[in-house]
Design a protein around this ligand. Structure first.
Ligand SMILES: Cc1ncc(C[n+]2csc(CCOP(=O)(O)OP(=O)(O)O)c2C)c(N)n1
Ligand code: SF4
Length: 304
């Protein structure tokens, strides 16, 4: 094998690969759409990596997977994936995904979107999809602000945090998203940060194959807006902060895991229970009522 030298005055020898180097995830990315729009040290790309790894780990046939995003920096995720992926409108990722899941129950449908998209403008869709136990995996990238539109305060901005609309600090009470998801009916609920990439990957793999409504919150750095306004440093500094302050507590009561500004973040798998998903529940109910007259809808098969 031949070698190349890193610097002419260096003794460091780097083995030259016999094959041209390629990105290990290139088959899952729409390379023609790159470079992506995300800022340096933003956490969204890390979550996308966790999603691709989680999908590979789940063993699912990628032709049986659809991914939907709304609008926002996080909402760009679906568009970079070489899967059946849809960049829908702001706050409408969950109803769009619900339609896809209802139309073809054979599909595993995931939503990757921001906290504003999922919990503010899309909040009503979120709670009702959880209530119905719709067969969806929701990955909410929580960067504590509406990043794409300039860093306004949103439904998860911690009290005291600065945002472009709260120059003296946020004063609204933020959502505790895992608690919201669980109390509305989610069967799988976890929270990780973009530092916990292997754990987030495992959670995504588990959630994708879990029937019913799964919710994973991933806390993620927005260095350009949230971190800059709050003088928190770069994305790397935030990763260090997650390292120092995140505490893993599997099975923690979701009521107790609010996030306060720059305080401890409780992460882990909080809920993993079994309950009939929307289709199973509906089919069982109607079969019971109608007996032989009930013909279950089997979704789009062979293009019909
Ligand atoms: C109906 C509608 N209202 C408002 C907007 C403007 N808008 C675009 S992205 C966005 C916020 C996105 O925030 P979030 O979902 O948290 O994602 P992030 O950019 O932080 O990743 C808003 C308000 C829009 N595109 N459509
Ligand atoms: S503005 Fe924030 S969330 Fe959006 S790409 Fe940049 S760092 Fe990421």
């Amino acid at each position: 094998m031949s070698e190349i030298t890193a610097h002419s005055d260096s003794t460091l020898k780097i083995p030259k690969s016999p094959e041209p180097l390629t990105h290990p995830m290139k088959d899952y990315l729409r390379n023609e759409r790159l470079p992506h729009i995300w800022c340096s040290t933003c956490g969204i790309g890390t979550v996308l990596t966790a999603f691709i790894s989680g999908l590979q780990k789940s063993g699912l046939d990628r032709d049986k997977v659809a991914v939907v995003s709304g609008i926002g920096c996080s909402g760009r995720a679906a568009g970079y994936l070489r899967l059946d992926s849809f960049h829908s409108t702001h706050g409408r990722a969950i109803p769009f995904a619900t339609g896809v899941a209802l139309g073809n129950p054979d599909l595993n449908v995931a939503v990757i979107s921001g906290d504003g998209d999922i919990a503010a403008i899309g909040g009503n869709h979120f709670i009702h999809a959880a209530r119905r136990n719709m067969n969806l995996t929701i990955i909410c990238i929580n960067n504590f602000n509406y990043a794409m539109t300039g860093g306004q305060a949103g439904p998860t901005t911690p009290e005291e945090a600065n945002a472009s609309t709260t120059p003296f600090g946020a004063y609204e009470y933020p959502f505790n998203l895992p608690y919201l998801a669980e109390s509305c009916g989610a069967v799988y609920v976890a929270r990780w940060t973009s530092l916990h990439i292997r754990r987030a990957t495992k959670a995504i793999a588990e959630a994708l194959v879990k029937p019913g409504f799964s919710f994973i919150e991933v806390i993620s750095p927005c260095p350009t807006l949230y971190a800059r306004r709050n003088r928190l440093g770069s994305g790397l500094d935030l990763m260090r902060f997650y390292h120092d302050t995140a505490k893993i507590q599997h099975g923690a009561n979701t009521m107790d895991i609010d996030i306060d500004f720059q305080k401890e973040i409780i992460v882990g798998k909080f809920v993993d229970k079994d309950k009939p998903d929307f289709y199973t529940n509906r089919n069982n109910f109607l079969r019971n009522k109608l007996g032989d007259k009930f013909i279950p809808y089997e979704g789009v098969k062979n293009g019909h």
